[in-house]
Structures are given as C-alpha cells and as structure tokens.
Design a binder for this molecule. Structure first.
Ligand SMILES: *Cc1c(COP(=O)(O)O)cnc(C)c1O
Length: 431
C-alpha cells in the first residue's frame, strides 16, 4: 500500500485524497462484485459465440475492392448475431458512427407515409436532424416519413395511457433509447424495454421495435434483442468495440430487417454482399472479445465516481447503489468552477493529450459553451475515459468510459485532487 501511495503521490495525488478514495473503494466491494459477475458471464457468452462460429486465423485478414466473400466480415456478423441473441447482424467499418448505424437501420425499414414513433421521449440530439425534428436536408421528413413522440411522465416512467392513444395504423417503427444520453432521466433496463415493447405489440403486433443500444452493451447479461426488440444498433467506438475498434457500427435483429438496412447501407441489390474491411476485422474481433471486461471497468469507475461525489454532497445520477443500465455517470455540481476542475482532472489523467488544458468553448448546435475532456487512442472514442457537459446550470458533467479499472480509478481520484486544489473541497471534507 505504501508503494502504491507513493506512486500516486508521484502523479500528484495527495495522501488525504488517496486515503479518502481508498476508503470509498473498500466500501464498494460488494457492488463491484456484481459488475464483475456480469462481465464474467458476458465474457463466456462472447467466447462461446466465437468458438461456435469457428473463428479462424483467416478471419483476421483484410479484404479489398468490392470485399466479396470476406470470411472475416461474414463470420464476425454471425458472432455478433449469436452474442446479441439475434437472427442476424451487420457489423461494418462503413458505418461512420452510431448515428449512422441508427439512421440506416431506421431508413432501411421506413417508407413514405409510414410513421416513426418514440414512446419514451426525445431521441439522442444527433437524431433530431436525421428525423427532421430540426429541419435538415435529406431528413426522414423530406421523404414523407412522419414522426410522433410521447414524453416520459415526470417520474421518468412510461406514459402508457398516452402511448395507447398514439399508436395507430401508420405506426411502422417504434424507437426506444436505452441510455439516457445527455438527458436527466433514468436509463432503461433491458427488462423495462421488454415490457414497453410487449405493451405496444399488444396494440399493434406488426410494429418493428427498434432500440438505440448505444452505451448499453454488456452492462447487463441480456440485450434488448433478447427481450422483444426486432432491431438494435450501436457504435463500435463505444462498448462493443472494446476500445480497439478504430471506427464502425453494428445493427442486429430479425433477418428481414437487417437485410433491409443492408440495402440502405450499400445499395438495393448489393446489400451485405459488398464492403471491403481493409484490415479492421482483427480489431473488431479482438475488441468484441475485450468488450465485457472493458465495459466492466467503465461501470466500476462510474459507480466509484457516484459514491465519491454523492458522499461529498453532490447530486449524482444514477446513485452509486442503483442498478446500472449503461456506462454513463452524471454529476451535477451546481458550480461552474467545480465542473471545469472535474474535466481538467480527467484530461490530465489521459494517456494521450494529457498536457492539454480543456476549457469551455462554443460549439455548433449548442446553446451554451461546452467543455469536453478526452485524450483517447481512437479519436472521439467514449469507451475511453472522457467527460463533457454544457457549461450552464445545473453544471452537470457526464462522465464515461475507461479501458482499465486502474486507469478509471486514477482519473476519478485526479478529479477530486483538482477540486481540492482549487479549494472547492476542503481537507475537512476528506476526513
Ligand atoms: C453515442 C450515442 C449515439 C450515437 O452517437 P455517435 O456520436 O454518432 O456515435 C446515439 N444514441 C445514444 C444514446 C448515444 O449515446
């Protein structure tokens, strides 16, 4: 312990901060064990899928040109389907990001005159322009696809009465976002999502249930495709890429809906048969293999941050003792300087760009300054340690990721050190 404390001191963590954080971590042992059990279950699930799909060395080689008969790509897609308990999957570096995968999944399955319905409040910010909630060239609205939404009740639960009224004969796709994203609402469990889908399918059995699965993968032992979702999508620079995938996204679900999406990703007629992988197969396989333990590190870091800041009297969402459905931790500091100090602590803890001092900045699309802390091996990767938030009341920081638990723990400890150095936290509070 003294050698470890000394090593922390070398990196700028004082004895008081170290001792305080270690006490908090010791108290979290039992909660951490639950996350570790989930990771163990999911690791076996991934390994089992890789063995049953007979992943071979040949699967790790690159393809070029049209990418016909890319055995690595095709095998990886079977592995993803198995892991998600789905009929089929599309896993491609051609997906530029999560928004792209989600948009392709939706666009491939909607036709003019159809209605897209969100029964659980507004979707992720970037999807507003995809749908046309905010007018945008090429949006669904321009193609005559209507959008309808039912907000959550004030306590964050589903408004079943209103949902019953909203579902109609034009409702083709229902979209549900698992993670809270940047909203102040709880994230939904896979079971809750399953109940909502069952309710809606009871009203209209042929509706396609789509789930935005971003940030949720491997946090629980089952995925939405195992609780009634027909189609899910997500980003490979979040959980399922395990920090190793350099780009990409995935779609998984019922075969006919995945095929329809493939025809939108490439072209009608070509569908999934084309798409060179240019050498990313290896990192996609290896990243998926690492994903359960990487996700576990991120979840444990989020729990630690929640416990630490909750005890110091700050408002956290979710609380440390609440079950986890994604890797995001929000801390509302109600204090501008505290928010900035927190982000600077994360930035300084990064393996890349640690020397950069992050500051609030105006960003297109936001109505206030935004602060972002990230120093990742993969640009913009939020499965790596990162934090951000709009610099306005309640001065909430959204914190996520971390490839190893040792790194996340250090990052969080460094945020506390920053808050202490700026005088926001006193020595007294750490006793
Ligand atoms: C990250 C995310 C997306 C997609 O974002 P990209 O930045 O395009 O990858 C969509 N929905 C949620 C809930 C997300 O967290």
């Amino acid at each position: 312990m003294t050698a470890l404390k000394e090593q922390y001191r070398k990196l700028g963590i004082s004895e008081a901060v170290f001792d305080h954080c270690m006490k908090v971590r010791t108290d979290l042992k039992e909660i951490f064990e639950e996350s570790e059990e989930t990771a163990e279950y999911n690791q076996l699930k991934v390994l089992d899928a890789m063995r049953r799909c007979r992943v071979s060395e040949a699967c790790l080689f690159p393809s070029s040109g049209y990418g016909y008969n890319d055995i690595g790509r095709d095998t990886l897609e079977r592995v993803y389907a198995e892991v998600f308990g789905a009929e089929d999957a599309l896993v491609r570096p051609l997906f530029a990001c999560g928004t792209h995968a989600i948009a392709v999944a939706l666009m491939g399955n909607l036709r003019p005159g159809d209605e897209l319905y969100s029964p659980a409040g507004k979707p992720y910010d970037t999807l507003e322009e995809v749908i046309g909630i905010r007018p945008s060239a090429g949006s669904f609205a321009e193609y005559g696809i209507k959008y309808r939404q039912t907000d959550l009740l004030p306590d964050g639960s589903f408004d079943y009465e209103e949902i019953r009224r909203a579902v109609n004969e034009k409702t083709k796709v229902v979209m549900i976002q698992r993670s809270k994203g940047y909203q102040v609402r709880p994230s939904f469990s896979v079971q809750q999502i399953g109940e909502l889908i069952a309710f809606i399918k009871n009203l209209k059995p042929d509706v396609i249930a789509f789930v935005d699965n971003c940030y949720g993968e491997f946090v629980e032992t089952i995925e939405p495709t195992q609780s009634g979702a027909d189609l899910i999508a997500g980003s490979l620079i979040k959980n399922p890429g395990g920090g190793l995938a350099p780009t990409g996204g995935y779609i998984a679900g019922k075969k006919e809906y995945v095929e329809a999406a493939a025809c939108r990703l490439t072209t009608p007629g070509l569908g999934r048969e084309v798409g060179a992988t240019l050498g990313v197969n290896k990192s996609f396989f290896q990243g998926l293999f690492m994903a359960p333990s990487v996700t576990c590190a991120a979840v444990k870091g989020a729990i630690f941050a929640a416990a630490l800041y909750e005890r110091l009297g700050f408002e956290v969402l979710p609380k440390y003792s609440e079950p986890r459905h994604d890797i995001i931790q929000a801390v509302a500091f109600h204090n501008r300087d505290a928010m900035i100090a927190f982000c600077q602590g994360i930035q300084e803890a990064a393996p890349v760009d640690s020397f950069v001092e992050c500051e609030p900045w105006a960003m297109p699309g936001y109505d206030s300054d935004v602060i972002m802390a990230a120093g990742a091996f993969v640009s913009g990767s939020s499965i790596e340690l990162s934090a951000d938030g709009p610099v306005k009341p309640p001065y909430a920081v959204y914190f996520q990721g971390g490839l190893t638990e040792q790194h996340v723990f250090f990052g969080i400890m460094n945020t506390l050190q920053k808050l202490k150095d700026t005088g926001i936290i006193s020595e007294e509070q750490l006793r």
